[in-house]
Design a protein around this ligand. Structure first.
Ligand SMILES: N[C@@H](CCC(=O)N[C@@H](CS)C(=O)NCC(=O)O)C(=O)O
Length: 216
C-alpha cells in the first residue's frame, strides 16, 4: 500500500491527500510535525534528502517528492490528466504558476501566521508577500471569469494544486470578496463528490474504486 509522509496543515500535503481520496486509492499515512523539525531527522532525511513533506512511498518502495510531481504521477492514465499535448502543457503552466507565483506568497503568509512567525518579519516583507498573493489571485480571477476549471472543461490536477492553498488564503489574511470567480471555483472544487477537507487526515484503508476526474 502507498504510504504518505504528511503534515495535516500543509497545503502541499493536502494536494496529495485530496487526490488519493478523490481517486479512492488506499494509503497509509505518517504525520510529521514540521514545527518540531520532524522532517529533518536522520531517518526522514535518508528517505527524502530535501527534508520536506509531502513524500509518497509507492507500492514497490520507491519514494516520490514534490506535491505537483506526485499529483502528476497519480493522475497519469486517468481523466485527471488530459491526453493532448497542449492540455498537458497548460496543466504544467498552472502547476508551475502555483509553485512560483502563488505558494511563495499565500502559503508563506499563512505559515508565518500559524507558526507565530509574523513578528520575525518586517512590515515591508509582509507587504511584499501580501502584494504577491493578491497578484496571483488577480491572475486566477481573470482566468476563471467565464470558465469553470483551470484547464479544459473538467477538473484536473491543476485545480487541486491551486485549490490547496487558495481555500485557506484567509488564514494568511487574504480577503477574497473582490474575487468572485475564484470564490465560485473554490465552491465548485470543494463541493465535488469525494472531496475531503484539509482536516481529514485518515488514510484510506481499502480501495473504493477510481472515481475519475470531473465526476460531479
Ligand atoms: N515544493 C515542495 C514544497 C514542500 C514544502 O515546502 N513542504 C513543507 C510543508 S508545506 C515542509 O515540509 N517543511 C518542513 C521543512 O522545511 O523543514 C512541494 O510542493 O512539495
Amino acid at each position: 500500500m502507498m504510504h504518505l509522509y504528511d503534515y495535516w496543515e500543509s497545503g502541499n500535503g493536502y494536494k496529495v491527500r485530496m487526490m488519493l481520496h478523490r481517486r479512492g486509492l488506499p494509503f497509509e499515512r505518517t504525520e510529521l510535525d514540521i514545527l518540531k523539525g520532524e522532517t529533518r531527522t536522520a531517518d526522514f532525511l535518508a528517505r527524502n534528502p530535501n527534508g520536506r513533506i509531502p513524500y509518497l512511498v509507492l507500492d514497490d518502495g520507491t519514494g516520490l517528492a514534490e506535491s505537483n510531481a506526485i499529483l502528476w504521477y497519480l493522475a497519469e492514465g486517468t481523466p485527471w490528466l488530459p491526453d493532448e499535448k497542449l492540455g498537458r502543457a497548460r496543466l504544467l503552466q498552472w502547476m508551475f504558476f502555483e509553485q512560483y507565483s502563488h505558494e511563495p506568497f499565500i502559503a508563506v503568509l499563512r505559515f508565518w501566521n500559524f507558526a507565530n512567525k509574523l513578528g520575525e518579519h518586517s512590515a515591508d516583507e509582509v507587504t511584499a508577500k501580501r502584494a504577491g498573493g493578491y497578484a496571483a489571485l488577480d491572475v486566477m480571477e481573470a482566468h476563471l471569469a467565464g470558465r469553470a476549471f483551470f484547464v479544459g472543461e473538467r477538473e484536473s490536477i491543476a485545480d487541486l494544486a491551486l485549490y490547496a492553498y487558495t481555500h485557506v488564503a484567509h488564514e494568511g489574511g487574504f480577503e477574497l470578496g473582490g474575487h468572485p470567480a475564484v470564490t465560485a471555483w473554490l465552491d465548485r472544487i470543494g463541493g465535488a463528490p469525494g472531496h475531503v477537507p484539509i482536516s481529514e487526515v485518515r488514510g484510506l484503508p481499502a480501495a473504493e474504486g477510481d472515481r475519475g476526474a470531473g465526476s460531479s
